[in-house]
Design a protein around this ligand. Structure first.
Ligand code: BGC
Length: 503
């Protein structure tokens, strides 16, 4: 591609206020991550199983009979996955709230819903309360995941947008890690440890709630809602310079085009919206088909399955959690330098190789249901899982959120991003719901299943994914989509086809 990636001369300086806003918003990621990390550990706690899933508890006690199937229970899986179904639906409502009330309000709602979810699950006395609490958590996650990545991408200066947006994913990984540590200690507190694990979810939500009174609204959202004066003032404040005219004019132009579109969801279905929409959905679907959540939700269960004791299993998942955080930092540092494509493609090699070897080891050594791995082999599996997590953490993890938040034009941004969020939730749900049964039926083959998908997504990234590094967010159509070998064919004027107005 010719010079399409050069940023225009938008001026900006680092400001303390802006950095604090980034961090506060990123707490939305921490809420999401905490939730991802907490479920696996809670569903492995005996007190929790005994209270809500006594049959699973019984099966677990006779685990020697069947290594791969001891946790296979649809209701137990529903506990984990009900959140994702709720989040899936909520993301579409959140997209509307984001457009009409702004990103900041949506973030506030996310925190309130999450606090309610934490209260209900931590105080749960029956399965209904538990599932209902998970649903509230889910709606909170849907709101947060819709608003936070958009917020970060919109307030970031173009040349650092990747790094700033990845703060969301960085906080997701910190949330997962904290959850693993909390689970490790809570599992020793009988019989109420699981309540502690679920209740602590309210802590990041409180930070987000308080912070939502301090953070700025994004200039884009203000200008989109025709609050031009305020939009310009905020732009000056967050860029730390007086001369923001070039950037302001460009956002105003984008918003004028956006105002011509009355029905963003209809507009999304037009040919010219397909490139960012297809990319957003596929990135999220593929992100889940890396198999990452098989590891994240069920790490303790998985490590027990391959022969670790309770404690060792939780500890191993703390280690993978730490690797996840540190490797995401690598992405923060590299994404605006080497670009998105290099990270995604490199990681496919890394994840393919590690998944295949893990599959090979388990296939060779866990033949009968009651086999366990030798000490050395089990350590090797943990190491391989770490290298796999590393690859995911600097690529498909953060970029599954970053790219969809930066590639839609303003008129379809919140609606288009809702498809990214909901695809994430749908496929997280499917994997969460199916994984334990798949593990039970496919056994080690499950790793080859994910490795196969990794090949497909590598080819997708290589042939179809355009580079978006350094391109200002409101110039994507001109500089990226209209220049790409394949996608430019979609960039027709939908008006000429006699369809609703737009670009
Ligand atoms: C994904 C989650 C995953 C997490 C792991 C996120 O980007 O959406 O499904 O559990 O990364 O760090």
């Amino acid at each position: 591609m010719e010079n399409v990636n050069l940023p225009p001369a938008f001026k900006s300086k680092f400001t303390f206020y802006m950095a604090v806003c980034w961090i506060i918003a990123a707490f939305g990621g921490l809420m999401f991550g905490y939730d991802i990390g907490i479920s696996g550990g809670v569903t492995a706690m005996d007190d929790f199983l005994l209270k809500f899933f006594p049959e699973v508890y019984e099966r677990k006690r006779h685990a020697k009979e069947n290594n791969y199937c001891k946790y296979d229970d649809q209701l137990l899986q529903l506990f984990t996955s009900s959140l994702y179904l709720a989040a899936l639906l909520a993301s579409f409502i959140a997209s509307k709230v984001c457009t009409v009330a702004g990103r900041k309000q949506t973030i506030r709602w996310a925190s309130l819903l999450f606090i309610a979810g934490a209260a209900l699950t931590a105080g749960g006395v029956n399965l209904i309360m538990l599932i209902f609490g998970r649903i509230l958590f889910g709606i909170g996650v849907g709101f947060g995941n819709e608003a936070v990545p958009l917020f970060l991408s919109e307030v970031a200066p173009p040349q650092h947008r990747g790094a700033v947006n990845i703060l969301f994913q960085l906080f997701v990984t910190i949330g997962i890690l904290i959850a693993n540590i909390v689970n490790y200690f809570a599992s020793k507190k009988h019989p109420w440890g699981w309540r502690l694990s679920l209740g602590i979810a309210a802590a990041p939500a409180f930070v987000l709630l308080l912070g939502s009174f301090y953070i700025t609204e994004t200039p884009t959202s203000l200008i989109e809602r025709r609050k031009y004066e305020k939009g310009k003032a905020i732009l000056k404040k967050i860029r730390g310079v007086e001369d923001v005219d070039a950037e302001f004019d460009q956002i105003v132009t984008a918003s004028e085009i956006a105002h011509l579109v009355k029905h963003p969801f209809k507009k999304l279905m037009k040919l010219s919206s397909m490139p960012p929409l297809i990319i957003a959905i596929l990135l999220q679907v593929f992100q889940q088909f890396t198999g990452i959540n098989a590891i994240m939700f069920y790490a303790p269960v998985l490590f027990q399955t391959v022969g670790f004791g309770n404690d060792a299993a939780l500890l191993s998942s703390v280690i993978t959690g730490l690797v996840n955080v540190i490797s995401t930092l690598v992405s923060v540092l590299l994404v605006d330098k080497v670009g998105r494509r290099v990270l995604l493609i490199e990681a496919c090699f890394q994840m393919f190789i590690t998944q295949s070897i893990i599959g090979g080891i388990l296939q060779a050594h866990l033949k009968s249901y009651s086999d366990t791995l030798g000490h050395g082999q089990a350590i090797l599996v943990v190491l391989l899982v770490c290298v796999y997590v590393m690859g995911f953490a600097w690529s498909w993890g953060p970029l599954g959120w970053l790219i969809p938040s930066e590639t839609f034009p303003m008129e379809t941004r919140t609606a288009g991003f809702a498809f990214a969020v909901s695809s994430n939730m749908l496929f997280t749900f499917l994997i969460a719901q199916a994984f334990l049964s798949m593990l039970c039926h496919m056994r080690a083959m499950i790793f080859f299943f994910f490795a196969g998908w990794i090949v497909v997504m590598g080819l997708f990234a290589f042939f179809l994914l355009p580079e978006t590094k350094n391109v200002p967010i409101d110039l994507m159509v001109e500089r990226v989509w209209k220049q790409h070998r394949v996608w430019k064919k979609f960039m027709v004027d939908d008006n000429e086809n006699g369809i609703e107005t737009g670009r």
